[in-house]
Design a protein around this ligand. Structure first.
Ligand SMILES: C[S@@+](CC[C@H](N)C(=O)[O-])C[C@H]1O[C@@H](n2cnc3c(N)ncnc32)[C@H](O)[C@@H]1O
Length: 322
């Protein structure tokens, strides 16, 4: 086994003597970054070793990193991956499959979560949430409404699962609200640690001006995975991403003192994953912090103003553009 010489400086990991990054799985390693097929990595991981499996698989839409298959063959491949994931998932563990649409050549859309749900249900998993991840930017469609959300299917293996809600609470809109009737009248009605974040998550996707952008065309934002890591795992637990790309899931895991393992079959992505994981361990990874409010342009923001030369002659809703 070739092992990276990266040495930890993060207080969460610096007391350990084991290597930080390795190419093959071992329970002693903090991050496994496996170059090759996801099934080959998964086969190295023992039964029930992973607390969280989180991934965004290829959507079979002809991206540079995938061979477009007929839809049935694609689903069969997903089933092979999911079956192995269920085997390595701990009985208190969670599996989060983040997907959008497969788009056929004639433009028909196939929401992948509908198909993945059926596979996971047959594999014995239980759905806990269908989280809507919404974002404002992306391709502008001409023959349908532009896609501005994807979903995360969160499944558990049993009814006895880890869910650390207090680690991911968000500020309330009205924290000073009080009960106005009943035996708690006059007391604050909100939870002092904040509210449950709900199942609609507004988190910017990684586009060109995002601080986390690399050469990968479809990266997760770190904060999306961080929320899952914090809620669904405990320190030192193992987080696995079978399609790890540039290592976002591993970064989110290591930033919070968890272990990680992931595979990608393209070395150009895995090299970046290694760099990002090293930066995460050293506390140097540039990232959008979890919970930062989404930027809203101010009245003085020049590019947020409608150019005067456009006028409003062809505009069917002038009030919207006032
Ligand atoms: C949607 S991307 C995941 C990106 C990742 N979430 C990130 O933040 O970087 C899917 C990844 O799966 C990889 N991939 C495709 N087929 C694979 C296979 N059979 N085994 C391992 N990785 C594969 C692709 O190279 C691609 O990087």
């Amino acid at each position: 086994m070739r092992i990276s010489t990266v040495r930890p400086t993060n207080p969460l990991t610096c007391e350990r003597r084991e290597p930080i990054i390795a190419e093959h799985y071992s329970p002693a390693v903090t991050a496994t970054l496996y170059l090759g097929d996801r099934l080959d990595l998964l086969q190295e991981i023992p039964n029930e070793a992973a607390q969280l499996i989180v991934t965004s698989p290829p959507y079979n839409i002809g991206k540079q990193y995938e061979n477009r298959l007929d839809f049935i063959s694609y689903l069969r491949q997903q089933k092979d991956t999911l079956r192995e994931c269920v085997r390595i998932l701990s009985s208190e563990g969670s599996l989060c499959w983040q997907v959008g649409n497969h788009i056929a050549r004639d433009g028909e859309i196939f929401p992948l979560d509908i198909f993945i749900y059926r596979i996971c249900k047959k594999l014995g998993l239980t759905l806990r949430n269908r989280i809507i991840w919404c974002f404002e930017h992306g391709l502008h469609c001409r023959r349908r409404f532009s896609g501005r959300y994807e979903t995360i299917l969160w499944f558990t293996k049993s009814n006895n699962y880890v869910f650390n809600l207090d680690s991911v609470r968000v500020p309330q809109k009205y924290p000073g609200k009080k009960y106005f009737k009943g035996n708690k009248i006059g007391q604050y009605s909100c939870h002092p640690l904040g509210k449950n974040p709900g199942d609609v998550w507004s988190i910017p996707n990684v586009k060109h001006n995002h601080v986390e952008k690399t050469i990968h065309p479809c990266q997760f934002p770190v904060e999306l995975v961080e929320r899952l890591v914090l809620a669904l795992t405990n320190p030192h637990d193992l987080v696995v991403d079978p399609y790890i790309g540039v290592g976002t899931s591993a970064c989110a895991a290591l930033l919070h003192g968890r272990r990680a393992a992931g595979a990608d079959n393209l070395s150009k992505y895995l090299e970046i994953a290694r760099e990002r994981v090293t930066l995460a361990v050293e506390g140097q990874l540039r990232r959008r912090p979890l919970g930062r409010p989404i930027y809203q342009p101010g009245p003085r923001d020049r590019i947020a103003k409608r150019p005067p030369e456009w006028g409003d002659a062809v505009n069917p809703h002038p009030n919207l553009f006032a």
